[in-house]
Each structure stands twice: as structure tokens, then as C-alpha cells.
Design a protein around this ligand. Sequence first.
Ligand SMILES: C[S@@+](CC[C@H](N)C(=O)[O-])C[C@H]1O[C@@H](n2cnc3c(N)ncnc32)[C@H](O)[C@@H]1O
Length: 239
Amino acid sequence: MEETEHIKEAFTELAPSYVKAMNKELSQFWGISYPNFIEQLVWKAEVKKGDKVLDIATGTAMIPLKIVSDNHYQDQIVGLDITPAMLRQGRKEIAGKRSDQAIDLVCASAMDMPFAEGTFNVIICCLGTHHMNVPKMLSEAKRMLAKGGRVIISDVGATPFWRCTAGKILLRLLMLEYGFVNRSARSQAEIEAFQNVRTAQEWLELLVDFGFSKVHIEEIKPRLPWFPSGLTLQAVIAD
Ligand SMILES: C[S@@+](CC[C@H](N)C(=O)[O-])C[C@H]1O[C@@H](n2cnc3c(N)ncnc32)[C@H](O)[C@@H]1O
């Protein structure tokens, strides 16, 4: 089976109830609603008039929609995702709104994105990196960023508890239980994604290795020690 098949299957199942599911999970992990989380991320992204923006793993296009509605954004914003069903749901959300013309949704993998070098000033990726080969995605992001361009990445993060022996054992057991109780493509995709979840320090090292500077990391503490933290990373590609 192709590496991304479980992901596509999982998000095809989830697409119609995506917002409801995210609301439940983010409230459980961090005590924040999904719309609030998106609102805060867009606020942090500080998209300015004239910025060319790409939203990687855009899902149902909530981030492009929020940017367009907040900023009276003039340019086209691109949302990219690997799951056609998520993009179809996104197109339904966009249809008939002022944003209709402003948002371009593209179906492709973040490992191989169909855009030329230096196309974007701002690249966003929210709640998607744990499903990806992150070094591959970062090397693509770096290629597509214009000089001085920025990345804003928000996702689940590992805490120091996840890296201690007791934490590792407990998480393995919880994963086994999660997979056993929830026999779905989503649980399979999340179990496979577990290995891609990084601590703030691991992200910092990776971003620096890739030539990003001015790395700024914010962390939302999880409500229970074995839950993931919420990481928002911002970095600039050196000129
Ligand atoms: C949890 S959703 C996040 C959606 C959106 N960013 C948001 O914050 O609501 C994760 C999304 O990542 C997408 N995804 C996972 N792996 C991907 C890849 N390799 N390339 C592009 N999209 C991917 C999935 O299809 C899914 O829509």
C-alpha cells in the first residue's frame, strides 16, 4: 500500500464531519475550539497585502477562508492537499462567498509540490506535518519561498514526558489501545504519524539545519501529560 493511502482514506472518511472532530480533539488536548485555534494562527501569520500565500495540507480550506475574510486579501491564495474529499468539502465552504475567486485549491502531495522556485512569501501548514516526511516538506517549502519568505507551522508536538522511558512505555500502550478500540483508517493514519511528532527543540534544530533563521516557537501545554502539546513555529528563510 502506498505510504499516503491510509491518510487519504482517513481524511476521506472524516471530511464531512471534519470541523466537529477537530473541535472535540483540540478541546480535549488544549482546551481550545478549532475556530479559535485557526483564528489565532491566522492572526500570528500576519499576512500582508501583496504576499503570495500557500497553505500546505489545507484540508477544508479553513485557513485560506479566514485569511481572505479577515484581510480583504487581493491576491490569490493557494491551498494544497493530498485528499480530494477534503478539497471537495473546502470547495463547498468557499462556493458563493467573496473568496470564491481568491482561493485556488490544488490536489498534490506536500512531498512534491507543483510550484516554481521562489513563488511564495508565506507558507503555512496547520495540523498536517505529523502526517508527512517533514524534511522533504521543508526542502520543498525552502525551494518555493521567495527571499526573506516565512513559514508558519502549527501542529501537535512531543513533550519531554514523551521522551522519558516511562512516557515512551505509556504512549506505546495507549497507541495499542487506541488502535484496538478505534479500528479505522484515521486511527491507522494517526498511529503511523506518531513517529513524526517532534519536540520544540527537535523542530528548532531541524529548521536551523534547513537554513531557516529567526525561529520563534510557542507551545500550548497539554491538559494531560500524555497528550501532545500544541506547537506554533515561525521562521524566515535566509536571503
Ligand atoms: C488535520 S488536517 C488539517 C487541515 C487544515 N490545515 C486545518 O488546519 O484544518 C490534515 C490534512 O493534511 C493532509 N495531508 C496529509 N498528508 C499530506 C501530504 N503529504 N500532502 C498534502 N496534504 C497532506 C490531509 O489530507 C488532511 O487534509
